[in-house]
Design a protein around this ligand. Structure first.
Ligand SMILES: [Zn+2]
Length: 90
C-alpha cells in the first residue's frame, strides 16, 4: 500500500469496498457489540457504509453478526440499529 493511502474495508451490507472514512466501524468487545465512532477500539470489527440501506442489509442477512463472529439477538440488533442510525444521520 502506498504511503498515505487510505486503507480499504468491505461494507458488510453491500459487499463493496470503501475507504475507512466512508464506513462506520462496529466492534465486538467482550460481552457487547457497539458502534466504534473513533474506529480504534480493540476487538473484532466490521464495517458498514454510513447508509441505512447498507445497515438494513447487514442486519437482515445476518452479515453483521457473521462478520463479528457472534450471535445478535433481536434486542441487541435493535439497540445496535438505533446506535448506528444515530451515527449515520450525523
Ligand atoms: Zn454498503
Amino acid at each position: 500500500m502506498a504511503p498515505g493511502a487510505e486503507p480499504e474495508r468491505t461494507c458488510v451490507g453491500c459487499r463493496e469496498k470503501a475507504g475507512k472514512r466512508g464506513l462506520l466501524r462496529v466492534v465486538r468487545s467482550p460481552g457487547v457489540v457497539r458502534v466504534d465512532a473513533g474506529g480504534k477500539a480493540p476487538g473484532r470489527g466490521a464495517y458498514v457504509h454510513r447508509d441505512t440501506s447498507c445497515l438494513e442489509a447487514a442486519l437482515r442477512r445476518g452479515a453483521l453478526a457473521r462478520a463479528l463472529r457472534t450471535g445478535l439477538g433481536p434486542d441487541e440488533a435493535a439497540r445496535l440499529r438505533i446506535a448506528i442510525e444515530r451515527e449515520v444521520v450525523k
